[in-house]
Design a protein. Sequence first.
Length: 326
Amino acid sequence: MLVVPVRLVRDVLTAAGRAVHRTALRALGRGLARLWRALIVRPPAWTWRTLVVTPLTWLWRQVPAPAGRGIGAAVVWLLRCLLVVPARWLWTYVLVPLGRGTARLLRGLGVALVWLGKALCVWPWVALWRHALTPVGRGIGAAVAWLVRYPVVVPARWLHRYVRGPLGRGATRLARGLGAVLGTLVRWTVLVPAGALWRYVPAPAARLPTAVLTVLVRETGAALGHCRRAAGILSRALGRLLGAALRWTLAAPLRRVYRGAHAGGPRDPGRPVAPGPAGAAHGARDGAADPAGGPAGPVRGTPRAAAGEGRGAPAGTGGFRDTYSR
């Protein structure tokens, strides 16, 4: 009672406001804006540009700008003559030669200091190592090598070659022979009999339950497969039997009834009309098809029947229409 009228009034006012804004307020606003620019904004701007900006620009271009360029050129000339030229002369003729001479002096002093350091610290030690310590060390090394070689190395090499070597090779061959003999004895006395015993006694006994279980499982699986296939065959046969029974007891009679009730086309007057509303409908339709009370059907049947009678057709065989009527 309250919301619907208020909403309708609001929609009407909104539509009216939008129409007024599109048709009147927008054009009025544009006109007022143009009038404001023409009467209020543009005259002061034109006056300021004509009476203030243009004279000041001309005055700046004619008086301060040339004076400023002249003052700048004079200042640049004074700076160049008072600072740049003396500094360049001082750098070219004083500082550069002084720096080069100082660099050469320092380079020569460095070379002299390096030579003095080598003469005082490096060359004496090099001469001492080369001419004193190296020959002494070589002599001591040769003496120690001779003392180690002949009292120790030569006897040890002779002992290894003629005593330890033959003893080691003989012990190795003896150990190999004993190992071969023991291996042969253990193989033919223990391993071969144990292998034969395992192959011919426990292994067949262990494989027997497995073989029996395998046969039982295989045969059971085959029997279950046959049973499953037989059950499928029986189920398929039962299904076909039930389908045939339903088809012959329900589907076929219902189909015949449906076809007899909805079969189209004109009916023959000689056929009996079924009682009831369906028979009345068929009779009315046949009457409408043949108003003269004659047999219904195409007109082309009459010439064919006449031609048959003219050709001397036997009695009772008047043509396709008569045969269909009978």
